[in-house]
Design a protein around this ligand. Structure first.
Ligand SMILES: Cc1cc2nc3c(=O)[nH]c(=O)nc-3n(C[C@H](O)[C@H](O)[C@H](O)COP(=O)(O)O)c2cc1C
Length: 193
């Protein structure tokens, strides 16, 4: 069983984070961190209160409070056994904090550690349009070895429902970490026409 850190921040698209955690935790351990604004957006978009949210996942998911900067996952020494860090959705605020090495909360810190320990870091941004500030911060993360993506689904898999669109984005994140899934049809795989 591999170990991943998944973080949910206060960008729109909390459903991406939920789905990513559910998929990974089918077979792997997930340390889950949610920012304070992440909980706000969860309530706004998914009608889920913090107390309910903490009960949504299986036993492979371990919650770590965003304030717990002394957590074991805040240390590079723990990262030997961590596959990588996913922040989904990632706000432009969290992007900025990571790009500038702020480490003001545990989400910023685990991202910082992933970069310094040369582990995979994946930021699934949700914002449009992007300002030059956002682009410069994305450039910094990319130079530092991280991966920045926008939550933009393709349409070539012929989505019929909102879930098809969400699954496309989630599946692309899982692909990056070599996690098997059956969330969308790949290009030229069993198309109807
Ligand atoms: C309903 C709602 C939707 C938001 N959507 C976005 C968004 O899509 N992208 C973004 O960068 N910030 C968005 N924000 C603003 C962030 O929540 C805000 O910048 C916050 O400080 C981010 O903090 P965090 O990264 O620690 O969660 C949204 C806020 C609310 C209340």
């Amino acid at each position: 069983m591999k170990k991943f850190i998944v973080c949910i921040t206060g960008a729109s698209g909390a459903i991406y984070g939920i789905k990513i955690v559910k998929e990974i935790s089918k077979n792997h351990k997930v340390y889950l961190i949610v920012s304070n604004h992440g909980y706000e957006v969860l309530k706004w978009e998914e009608n889920i209160e913090k107390e309910q949210f903490l009960k949504m996942f299986n036993k492979n998911v371990e919650f770590v409070p965003v304030e717990d900067i002394a957590s074991h996952i805040a240390s590079g020494s723990t990262f030997k056994n961590i596959e990588g860090v996913i922040i989904a959705p990632c706000s432009t605020g969290t992007l900025s904090a990571i790009a500038n090495g702020m480490s003001l909360n545990l989400i910023h810190r685990v991202a910082d550690v992933a970069l310094k320990e040369r582990k995979k870091l994946y930021l699934l941004l949700r914002e449009m349009p992007f300002s030059l500030v956002h682009i410069e911060n994305m450039r910094k993360i990319t130079y530092a070895g991280g991966t920045v993506a926008s939550a933009s689904p393709g349409f070539y898999h012929q989505p019929k429902t909102m879930e098809d669109l969400i699954n496309f984005v989630v599946g692309k994140v899982l692909d990056f970490f070599n996690i098997d899934h059956n969330l969308f049809k790949r290009w030229r795989e069993n198309y109807e026409s």
